[in-house]
Design a binder for this molecule. Sequence first.
Ligand SMILES: [Zn+2]
Length: 312
Amino acid sequence: MHSLVSFVYLFPLLLILSTTNIINAISNDVFPELVFAQSLEPSKLASQGNINNDDYNDVKIAILTFDDGVKGQIDYAKPILDKYGFPATFSVICNNVSQSGYMNWNETRQLQDDGYDIASHTMNHDNLEEMSFEQAKYEISESKKCLLNNGIKDVKIFTYPKNGGSEDPKIIDEVSNHYEIARTGTEPLTFLDCSYSSANSNNNDQLTSLQNKVSCTFEREQDKYTIEGWSHDAERKDFGYKDEELLKRFIDVVNSQSEYNENGVIKAIPVIIYHDINQTSGYYETSVDLFEKEMKYLKENGFKIMRLLDLI
Ligand SMILES: [Zn+2]
């Protein structure tokens, strides 16, 4: 088992990261995103069974998430996701369901029935840092009950509205009392901590995890609750990108993992956040045409699309 594992220590990795703005993602003293990484050697894995070296030398991963439960997601994004067979997570604001411009419960359940994951995005989409802790606890816990009461079967994922609270240990702890994983934003890549799996899984688990997802898990419980997403639509608003400029930026972001994922070892993943998929809503949005082009790019370039839940 240990012959499969080699270690890449924190210090040289930090040296690499410090040359990029991604250092921001790991500079948090309380919950650094990455402690150190373990690598699995594809050549040895290939000798164990069905894994072909070539499958992992250039593996690229992406995770797709859709926030706020807006109507354009089921009307325009879902048919494209269905066409390409890509999994995704849809985050729902409980009190906004069935409001104008938002999906209703039937549509939300339809997403679930068709294999997509439904996440809690609180009751009211307020910033959890800008309310009392009691109120934050209500937003976190009540929204899970609300989803369950409306026929959503597994509510394991939480997403922080406006990224608020994901650096507050008390709020993270409360989220961990109710959910198994949580995503915040916004960085182009989320970095995995690969130390835990080396000590806690057997050889078969390692092979299965490489075939189906990534080779790493989280060393510390709280790391599962601060997964970084990249807000595609916020960048469009912030930088005024036209579709062709944002497509170029998208391609840069999804390929930036190659700097870290060498020899088939996945240490960094883009977790993309979309909001409305519509041409005209005036909201945080992506045009249908651009969304189609981005999904087509992922398909044609061999990206493997994971679920958020594959990270745990
Ligand atoms: Zn939101």
